[in-house]
Write a protein that binds this ligand. Structure first.
Ligand code: C2E
Ligand code: CA
Ligand code: CA
Length: 473
């Protein structure tokens, strides 16, 4: 049986083979396959190591994060293959230009990073290096015979001047980059006093938000949704507000984006859902309204367990499933169609309705409506605000309403602020409306009072726009 008899030489050869395989696997795991540069995972580890070494040597290290400005445009116009070629070229330029001791990485997409030891004191050396990176990346490159130059933006932060560790250093360089991007790109920016103040403000807000959720400071407000034919309130949309102990009432724009970034949005949505259901269930029970709509973050929807958990939570409330509408945005549908379908089907099987929110801002994919059991579309405010002023927008909205009717989908127009808009929408066959013309979002007690009043009254057409509420949006 020669097979089972292995000499020690065989064994040694096999071990060496395994060793080199392991090394290769390890190297591949650390390398970005397109550019051959270090990938994000290995970059993070390398940054920590280098800062450790710098701490011991009392040295400075600059981190440059680089983002191509118009890469998406290049990708869209010349195709993904051209995009890949360009990214490989950028990787090559960065590698060729790197000084000894520098580390270049591709963090993903069109984002790169350079870790660079700083030999001299003061801000001049990182500034020169940042400018060189920009110069390097604005030089055009020929792809398919065309000269392309998407340009780049760079953010810089320096250890230990700006940040004491890798996490902060990366965040601060990102903040500097983000500021450049929002100001039009094609520049570099260093982390500075303004960004430090912004960082402190955000950290404070973060700590406060973490405390606010269990403390019950996030509360549901309610905005009526009216029947377009007679102005009668038929439902409400539940909107989150933060009753901040010092800053007063905060609208979602002040905390939802941060909550999404911090992974706290799920807990906010839960809190709003629980309290919102408790307030609205009696209104539904009393026949004051038919539907209650909640917003969910696209982040939540990416959780495969989202719909099951929501059904579980709904079961603990007194709100009937048939009164519940879940508002989701189209962007999410496009992100993961299979997962959205599963959520939507699971929810509709229980009698819950789905509304497509902010319709008209993105791709406005009517196909999604044909292939998914979506009962309601919410036309975005940006369309509604011009509907009575701009004939083309009016035509567009009218044709959207027409298409929706043909598909058997209900249309809610959002952001109706003027009577002229309401009149147009009604004549064009819109089913439901929502907006400041009818009522601003308001706290539960005000909403309840208004529901009781309007329920007792005979509905009137549009002149039922209530007096301006105390409540602010
Ligand atoms: P949205 O879902 O599109 O909600 C409608 C927004 O338009 C609300 O802003 C509402 O106050 C505002 N609005 C209603 N009518 C009018 C009008 O006639 N004119 C104008 N200018 N605005 C009007 P709000 O309450 O500030 O909420 C902003 C966004 O925050 C919401 O947009 C929604 O995307 C998000 N949001 C609100 N509550 C929640 C929540 O509980 N969870 C999650 N994940 N997101 C929420
Ligand atoms: Ca909404
Ligand atoms: Ca909306």
């Amino acid at each position: 049986m020669p097979d089972s008899v292995q000499t020690s030489a065989d064994l040694r050869a096999r071990v060496a083979e395994l060793e080199s395989e392991r090394e290769l696997t390890l190297r591949l795991a650390q390398t970005d396959s397109l550019t051959g540069l270090v990938n994000r995972g290995a970059f993070t580890a390398a940054l920590c190591e280098r800062l450790e070494a710098a701490r011991a040597a009392q040295a400075r290290v600059a981190l440059f994060v680089v983002d191509l400005d118009r890469f998406k445009h290049l990708n869209d116009t010349l195709g993904h293959h051209a995009g890949d070629l360009f990214l490989a070229e950028v990787g090559e330029r960065l590698r060729a230009d790197a000084a000894p001791g520098e580390l270049v990485a591709r963090l993903g997409g069109d984002e790169f990073a350079v870790i660079s030891p700083v030999a001299e004191a003061g801000p001049a050396a990182p500034a020169r290096r940042a400018q060189r990176l920009l110069d390097l990346l604005t030089q055009p490159h020929a792809i398919y015979g065309r000269q392309v130059s998407p340009g780049a933006s760079v953010g810089v932060a320096v250890y230990p001047d700006d940040a004491p560790d890798a996490g902060d250093l990366q965040r601060f360089a990102d903040m500097a980059l983000y500021r450049v991007k929002t100001q039009g790109g094609r520049r570099w920016s260093a982390f500075d006093a303004e960004l430090r103040a912004e960082n402190t403000r955000r950290r404070t807000l973060e700590a406060e938000l973490r405390r606010a959720i269990p403390a019950g400071e996030i509360e549901p407000w309610f905005q009526p949704v009216v029947d377009a034919r007679d102005g009668r309130i038929v439902g409400v949309e539940v909107l989150a507000r933060w009753r901040h102990p010092e800053q007063g009432l905060l609208a979602p724009a002040a905390f939802v984006p941060m909550a999404e970034e911090l992974g706290l949005i799920g807990r906010i949505d839960e809190a709003v859902f629980e309290a919102g259901c408790a307030r609205t269930a009696p209104w539904v029970e009393a026949g004051l309204i038919e539907t209650v709509a909640f917003n969910v973050s696209p982040r939540d929807l990416l959780d495969p367990g989202f719909s099951r958990k929501l059904i579980g939570r709904l079961g603990k409330t007194a709100l009937p499933a048939t009164a519940l509408t879940v508002e989701i945005t189209e962007t999410f549908l496009l992100q993961d169609l299979a997962l959205s379908r599963r959520h939507i089907e699971r929810l509709t099987a229980k009698g819950v309705s789905i509304a497509l929110d902010d319709f008209g801002t993105g791709y406005s994919n009517l196909r999604a409506l044909m292939h998914l059991p979506i009962q309601t579309v919410k036309l975005d405010r940006s369309l509604i605000c011009d509907v009575a002023k701009d004939g083309r927008v009016a035509k567009l909205v009218a044709s959207m309403l027409h298409a929706a009717r043909a598909l058997g989908v209900r249309i809610v127009a959002e952001g109706v602020e003027e009577e002229a808009q309401a009149i147009f929408l009604r004549s064009a066959g819109c089913d439901r409306m929502q907006g400041y013309f009818f009522a601003r979002p308001m706290p539960a007690a005000d909403m309840e009072a208004q529901l009781r009043v309007s329920h007792a009254e005979t509905p009137r057409v549009f002149d039922a726009a209530p007096t301006r509420r105390r409540a602010r949006a």
